[in-house]
Design a protein around this ligand. Structure first.
Ligand code: BGC
Length: 429
C-alpha cells in the first residue's frame, strides 16, 4: 500500500529540540564524571564483546578509553550563542535543556550565583527569539556531595533536591512556562539500581524501589512548589521512558501477560503514580522490544528477540508504529502529551529523515484518533555524550567536530522545513 499524503499538524502544535546539561555542556564535576573515570577502561575493554561485530568495525572509537570520558563535551556551556543559531535555524518554537544541579550547588547549601546567571541568560536569550524554554530540573546527574550522602536512596534525598529546586524556582521561575521535573526516572532506576550499568552501579530491587519512591515524592513536591509559587499559568510534567513492548508469541497468554507486567514496571507505573501531579505527560520513545519467554536454567526468563528488524547504529530496532501504540496507551490518563524526546543514533544520516517522518506520521495518526499530543521535541540538537556508550553514537541534527564547530546534517534541514510549515509531505510505499 502506498501512503502519500500531506500531514498537517494542529495549529499551535509546538515543535522543539532537546538536550541535557551533562551531555553537552562540558567541564562538570558530578557523580558521572567521577564514575566514568573509574569505569572508562572497563567499558573500553568490554566493547569488543558487548557490541556486534559490525558495530565494532564501524565505530572502532568505542574501543578506546577516551570514548567514555565526557570532558569538555560539546563545550555548550561556553557556546550558547552558537547553539542558539542552530536552534533558530530549525524554526522550532521550544528548546528543552536541563539545569546542572552540580553547577548550581557544588557544595551542600552553597549556591553558585554565576551559574544561576548563566541559565537565566540562556532563558532570556531564548525568549527574546520567541523560543519557549522547556526547563528540566534533573537529567540524571547529581552533585558529588549528594552522592556521598547516599544519592536518591538517602533519607534526606527529597529535602536536598527540593532546596536546589526551590532556588531555581525563585531565580528563574517567573520566566518559564514549561517545566520538566525529572527526566526518565525509569531509566535512572533501571540502569543505576537494577542492571547496574549506570552509576551508582547497584543491582538491587530493594534499593531500586527506595529510589523509585523518592523520585516520585520529589516530583510531587516539586510540582506543588512550582504551582504554589508561580500559579496556574505554568505547565509541569515529568519525562517518561516509554518503549513499545510486544509479545514474541502473542498467542501465548503467559507471554502476553509478561509484556503487560513489564510495561507497567518499566514505564507506566511512573506515569500513573504522578498523574494527579502533572499538567502534561512527557513521553520519550526510541524503540521496540519484542519479548520472548525462554528457559534460563530451571527458570522461565525473558529476552528481547526481534523477528524482522531495521536497526540504528546502536542496534535499536526502528519501529515508528510503536509511538502510536504508546500514545494510545497514554490516552487514558487524560492529560496533554508532549513528546519530549524521540531521535536516533545515525552517524551517516541515512535513516534520520525517514525516522522523523515515519514517527510523525504515527503521531499524527494518534492525534487524529483523539490523543491530545501538543508538541514534538526531537532528540537531539548536537552529537552528544551518550552516557555509558560514550561518544560514538550520533544523535545530533548537528555534528560537532573536534574544534567544537556545529555542522548541520541534511536531516536538520528536513526537520527545519517541517517545523516551519507545521506539516510534511509523506510518501512511503
Ligand atoms: C535520555 C537521553 C539519551 C537518549 C538516547 C534518553 O533516554 O533521556 O539522555 O541520550 O535517551 O539514548
Amino acid at each position: 500500500m502506498e501512503k502519500n499524503k500531506e500531514i498537517q499538524f494542529p495549529d499551535n502544535f509546538l515543535w522543539g529540540i532537546s538536550t541535557s546539561s551533562y551531555q553537552i555542556e562540558g567541564g562538570i564535576t558530578n557523580d558521572w564524571s567521577e564514575w566514568e573515570k573509574e569505569n572508562a577502561n572497563y567499558l573500553a575493554e568490554r566493547a569488543k564483546d558487548y557490541y556486534a561485530d559490525w558495530q565494532v568495525k564501524k565505530f572502532p572509537g568505542m574501543l578506546s578509553r577516551e570514548n567514555y570520558i565526557c570532558g569538555k563535551a560539546c563545550d555548550a556551556y561556553n557556546r550558547f550563542d552558537e547553539d542558539l543559531k542552530c536552534i533558530k535555524s530549525l524554526n522550532v518554537g521550544a528548546y528543552r535543556f536541563s539545569i546542572e544541579w552540580a553547577r548550581i550547588e557544588p557544595r551542600e547549601g552553597e549556591f553558585d550565583q554565576k551559574a544561576i546567571e548563566h541559565y537565566k541568560n540562556q532563558v532570556k536569550k531564548l525568549k527574546s527569539e520567541g523560543i519557549e524554554p522547556f526547563l528540566c530540573f534533573w537529567h540524571w546527574t547529581i552533585p558529588v556531595w549528594f552522592r556521598d550522602k547516599g544519592g536518591w536512596e538517602s533519607k534526606t534525598a527529597v529535602e536536598d533536591f527540593m532546596k536546589y529546586a526551590r532556588k531555581i524556582i525563585d531565580e528563574l521561575g517567573g520566566e518559564v512556562e514549561y517545566f520538566i521535573t525529572l527526566n526518565e526516572p525509569q531509566t535512572f532506576t533501571g540502569l543505576g539500581y537494577v542492571s547496574g550499568k549506570f552509576p551508582p552501579g547497584v543491582k538491587s530491587l530493594w534499593r531500586a524501589n527506595r529510589v523509585y519512591k523518592n523520585l516520585i515524592k520529589a516530583h510531587k513536591e516539586l510540582y506543588s512548589a512550582l504551582h504554589k509559587k508561580l500559579g496556574d499559568d505554568i505547565q509541569v510534567g515529568m519525562s517518561n521512558y516509554l518503549l513499545y513492548q510486544s509479545a514474541y508469541n502473542f498467542k501465548n497468554p503467559i507471554n502476553v501477560l509478561l509484556v503487560k507486567i513489564l510495561d507497567y514496571i518499566r514505564g507506566y507505573r511512573f506515569v500513573k503514580a504522578v498523574n494527579k501531579h502533572q499538567d502534561f505527560i512527557g513521553a520519550q520513545y526510541y524503540h521496540h522490544d519484542c519479548i520472548k519467554l525462554t528457559l534460563g536454567g530451571p527458570f522461565l526468563v525473558f529476552k528481547v528477540e526481534h523477528k524482522n528488524m531495521e536497526v540504528n547504529d546502536l542496534g535499536w530496532e526502528i519501529y515508528p508504529e510503536g509511538i502510536y501504540h504508546v500514545l494510545k496507551k497514554l490516552k487514558k490518563y487524560n492529560k496533554p502529551i508532549y513528546i519530549t524526546e524521540n531521535g536516533t543514533a545515525d552517524n551517516d544520516d541515512d535513516i534520520r529523515e525517514n525516522f522523523i517522518k515515519d514517527h510523525l506520521f504515527y503521531i499524527h495518526r494518534a492525534i487524529e484518533e483523539g490523543v491530545d499530543v501538543r508538541g514534538y521535541l526531537h532528540w537531539s540538537l548536537l552529537d552528544n555524550f551518550e552516557w555509558a556508550e560514550g561518544w560514538w553514537p550520533k544523535f545530533g541534527l548537528f555534528a560537532v567536530d573536534k574544534d567544537f564547530n556545529r555542522i548541520p546534517r541534511e536531516s536538520s534541514k528536513i526537520y527545519s522545513e517541517i517545523c516551519k510549515n507545521n506539516k510534511l509531505q509523506y510518501l512511503k510505499s
